[in-house]
Design a protein around this ligand. Structure first.
Ligand SMILES: N[C@@H](CC(=O)c1ccccc1NC=O)C(=O)O
Ligand SMILES: [Zn+2]
Ligand SMILES: [Zn+2]
Length: 208
């Protein structure tokens, strides 16, 4: 077994998408039979499908696009914590963890049980958590959920508060079987110039 653990959702036509959003598709536009030399494929997908990062432009017309994001956010030490059976995640839920000096915080909720269907309800991040986390030095929050806000939210208060405190968002992780502790994380966005989000290949390596 390799050292790096894949914590990304697989991308194929069965991946769950936000209700009403673009289904994932892959097709071969130019086949080896036709071209005589190569298969050339094309994917069509929403940038918020599967394991992905949000750029602030996703929820703020004046916010940063994917190309403007600091890559240092998406590679480096990360702390994994377990918070199962919560309806929401706020300062109370995190008060028993020592998060001093944590730059990247990954929260395993286990709340999205059947990943082939979009969840009906998820535990959301309480907007007040943003100030608390930024005080501790957190710059990236990652979750095993499709959003940091309630699914029906239009205000996206947690997205806005996190961005307002310089905390970036990683969504749709698979953290099944990942124990709490210290890891090295890599989850780099693509160099998409105009985009509001990007799929990532998220991987973890356990640190001693
Ligand atoms: N907040 C979600 C995405 C989201 O809100 C969304 C994604 C795709 C299509 C519609 C969406 N929201 C509609 O209200 C996210 O940050 O990924
Ligand atoms: Zn998103
Ligand atoms: Zn989001």
């Amino acid at each position: 077994m390799g050292l790096w653990i894949d914590i990304s959702q697989r991308l194929d036509k069965n991946v769950a998408v936000w209700p009403g959003d673009t289904p994932f598709s892959y097709k071969i536009n130019w086949s080896k039979n036709d071209s005589g030399s190569v298969n050339v494929g094309q994917i069509n997908m929403s940038l918020h499908t599967g394991t992905h990062i949000d750029a602030p432009f996703h929820f703020d017309n004046d916010g940063k696009r994917v190309i403007d994001l600091d890559l240092d956010l998406y590679i480096g030490n990360a702390q994994v914590i377990h918070l199962p059976n919560k309806t929401s995640i706020g300062v109370n839920e995190l008060s028993n963890f020592d998060l001093q000096g944590v730059t990247r915080l990954l929260i395993r909720t286990d709340a999205w049980k059947n990943r082939s269907v979009f969840p009906q309800t998820i535990p959301h991040i309480q907007p007040e958590l943003a100030a608390y986390l930024s005080e501790l030095g957190v710059r990236l929050i990652g979750l095993d959920l499709p959003s940091v806000d309630p699914l029906e939210s239009k205000e996206l208060s947690a997205h806005h508060e996190l961005a307002g405190h310089n905390i970036h968002i990683l969504e749709g992780l698979i953290l099944d079987g990942i124990g709490p502790g210290n890891y090295e994380l890599a989850a780099l966005p693509l160099p998409l110039v105009e985009a509001d989000g990007s799929p990532v290949r998220a991987v973890l390596k356990k640190l001693p």
